[in-house]
Design a protein around this ligand. Structure first.
Ligand SMILES: [Fe+2]
Length: 250
């Protein structure tokens, strides 16, 4: 795909789909099989619908080109292969252009439950189905635009928390039940079970509370937040934008 990235250009990669081994496809299938019972019961309906819309397969690794062909006409998003972890500005630039950076490597059998660095299972199985949802898709693009437009480290840290407690570890109440949509919960049995077994306090989503909640990347969560709707999450982002815009020194 044509692009004019300034910061992200050095990190763009390609997915050599035909080079995945049968063993890698089998690991993917095993990962999906392990997550399916909790997902069928506890993933939000938008995730489940998105998974079907993007054509996620249980038995084969996802082909990012085919996924993008299905997403693009729906929300303007693509899933774009990158070579690894992106610096913040490169990440924001890609989001602002509606290209979600995805790794292409897959964890091995010794780390089915957890990888410190995101892999294609986290990036695609966990994140991409939500990109088929129009409001979520707008949130993500706007988030990228806002973050790309600031260099203030305090603002970026607070906005990072908003991302963490929604896109990565977000929960939502639907029909009186707690459901999940954050990639880190969708793709992790441990994080999901932690919530379902009540070992994590689930607070009502409130912008200021989220912006003030520090992120601990190396611990299972003790506090998470549940939105009432994706509109609420989008509105919160607009509020955050106003708040930081007016707080900025002129
Ligand atoms: Fe993620």
């Amino acid at each position: 795909m044509e692009n004019n990235f300034t910061y992200a250009a050095p990190y763009l990669g390609r997915q050599s789909y035909e080079r995945y081994s049968e063993d890698e496809h089998a690991i993917w299938a095993e990962l999906v099989r392990r997550r399916t019972p909790q997902i069928e019961q506890f993933a939000c309906r938008e995730y489940l619908e998105g998974s079907r819309l993007v054509g996620m397969e249980e038995a084969r690794l996802p082909d990012l080109k085919r996924i993008s062909e299905r997403l693009l006409p729906r929300t303007g998003w693509t899933t774009t292969p990158v070579t690894g972890f992106l610096p913040a500005q490169a990440f924001f630039e890609m989001l602002a252009n509606r290209e979600f950076p995805s790794t292409t490597w897959l964890r091995d059998r010794s780390s089915l439950e957890y990888t410190p660095e995101p892999d294609i299972f986290h990036d695609v199985f966990g994140h991409v189905p939500m990109h088929a949802h129009k409001v979520f898709a707008e949130f993500l693009a706007r988030y990228g635009e806002i973050c790309a437009g600031t260099r203030d480290p305090d603002v970026l840290e607070q906005l990072g928390r908003l991302f963490w407690y929604t896109v990565e570890f977000g929960l939502i109440r639907q029909g009186g039940e707690l459901k999940m949509f954050g990639s880190g919960i969708i793709s992790s049995h441990g994080e999901c079970t932690n919530v379902l077994e009540g070992r994590c306090e689930v607070r009502r989503f409130e912008l200021d509370a989220v912006l003030n909640s520090t992120v601990k990347v190396d611990e299972i969560h003790k506090v998470l937040f549940a939105i009432d709707s994706f509109d609420q999450m989008y509105e919160a982002l607009l509020q955050a934008e106003l708040k930081f815009y007016y707080a900025a020194p002129k």
